[in-house]
Each structure stands twice: as C-alpha cells, then as structure tokens.
Design a protein around this ligand. Structure first.
Ligand code: ADP
Length: 243
C-alpha cells in the first residue's frame, strides 16, 4: 500500500504543496483532478524522487521512499510529452530499463515482445521516435515504463497532447494494461471525464491542497468538480431540442 502524509513544498516564499496526504491500495488507480499550476507535477516529481519535498513522508508497504534514490524506488513518472531516447528504435527504447538491469538477453527479448504486442506497436518496432505519431510515442513510453514492472506509475496528464480520438484509444488501452499488469497508478488530469474513466479513487488538487473523496459518488456530487453543472447544461439543451 502507498501512504503519503504531510508532504509540503515551497519555492521561495510560494507554498506549492500543503500537507498532502492520501493512501492508495495496490492495483488501484487514483485520479487527481487539478487545473494547470495547482502543483500536480511538483507532487509527482517528489514521489518519483526527481524533486525534494520540504517535509512529509512517503512509504510503499511500510518502506520509506523519500530518502531512497529515484532509480531504487520502482516508481515511474510519465509526462505528457513522452521522453524517448531519440537515437534508439522503439524496441530499444522499450528494452532500455531491462538492459541497464542486466537481465539475460532471452528474457529481455521475450519481455519486449510481450510489451510490443500488448501495446499494438509490433509493426513499428524498428522505427525511430521521430517516425511515430503522438499516440504511438505514448505507447512506447508506457512500454518502457511497464516492462520493468514498477510498483507505482505516476501519470502526469499523459494523454493531454493527443487528439480526442487517440486520447480515448489510449484511455481504453491503459485500462486494459492496468488490469493485465496489476498496476498501481496515480493519474493527474484537468479532464473530469478522464478522471472518472480511469480512476477507482478520486481526489482534487487545488492551489496545493489535496481533497480525497470517500468514493466516486462524493467526487461526482462535489460542486467544485462541476459535473452536475455540466449534466445540467446538456439536459437543458436536450429539453430545448425535444420541444
Ligand atoms: P502543475 O503541474 O499543476 O501545472 P506545477 O507543479 O508544475 O503545476 O507548478 C506549481 C507551481 O509551482 C506553479 O506556480 C509554478 O510556477 C511553481 N513552480 C514549479 N516548479 C518551480 C521551480 N522549479 N521553481 C519555482 N517555482 C516553481
């Protein structure tokens, strides 16, 4: 289980995260809804070990993570723009994490093959990143993250730069892969529909303060998330056109 408590962070005098706390069970995904600038990236980078917090704790199954170097945390951070190695093929990018862990060549080939198939990018295996579409790049980034079997995946607006159709495809693919690989994930997004589709647990980050909702019903009902207002809008529109 993931346990985060009292994480705070300021840049100079500006508090960016205020006493963040939550718990997340293994194999669950928590969606965090938040606007740009609310502190989403800072929070994920702290959990991944790419940024220091001023205070607080972060444990996985009781083990302290905050004082562990990023490469030993088994926590992978995936940003909106997939950062692939430009000089490596799709296959080499996916296998990278395994190569540096020095596993046997046979096992490496086998694991990469499984990833390529699951992500539907087998036919692109020999392409370089600049020969791929946005959605394909994001699939490769997923593959590279998943192949090492991390404990937690941190998704920072992962589908934000994709067109609506590709975005939906990626959401469906993520749900399938999450189930297949028993993934535990934190997903931050500004898109309430995406939060609902992807999450099992729900929270909101507003000006550095995190509210965790007891369940999906409470997330939907909370006026600050604007769901009822949106439904009201569509209902009104439908009524007008039915008359
Ligand atoms: P989000 O991902 O929600 O858009 P960020 O976590 O990137 O937000 O940033 C939250 C706030 O912290 C913003 O006001 C941003 O300007 C500030 N911030 C982020 N990184 C730094 C930094 N390295 N130095 C100073 N301020 C920063």
């Amino acid at each position: 289980m993931i346990k985060v408590s009292n994480i705070s962070k300021s840049y100079g005098k500006e508090p960016v995260l205020k006493n963040i706390g939550f718990e997340l069970l293994e194999q669950h995904t928590m969606s965090i809804l938040g606007k740009s600038g609310c502190g989403k990236t800072t929070l994920l980078k702290i959990l991944a070990g790419l940024e220091n917090s001023d205070s607080g704790s972060f444990t996985i199954d009781g083990s302290d993570m905050l004082h562990m170097p990023p490469q030993r945390r088994e926590v992978v951070y995936l940003s909106q723009e997939p950062l692939l190695f430009p000089h490596m093929t799709v296959e080499q990018n996916i296998g990278y994490g395994l190569r540096i862990r020095k596993i046997s060549q046979n096992e490496l080939v086998e694991k990469v093959e499984v990833m390529l198939n699951e992500l539907g990018i087998s036919e692109h295996r020999n392409k370089m990143p600049d020969q791929l579409s946005g959605g394909q790049k994001q699939r490769v980034a997923f593959g590279r993250a998943l192949v090492i079997n991390p404990k937690v995946i941190l998704l920072d607006e992962p589908f934000g730069s994709l067109d609506a159709h590709t975005r939906e495809d990626m959401q469906t693919l993520f749900l399938k892969i999450a189930e297949l690989h028993h993934i535990t994930a934190l997903l931050v997004t500004h898109d309430v529909k995406e939060a609902l589709i992807m999450g099992r647990k729900f929270a909101r980050l507003d000006a550095g303060a995190l509210t965790v909702y007891p369940d999906k019903k409470a997330f939907i009902a909370a006026p600050e998330n604007g769901i009822k207002k949106e439904v009201g809008f569509w209902n009104e529109l439908m009524k007008e056109h039915e008359q």
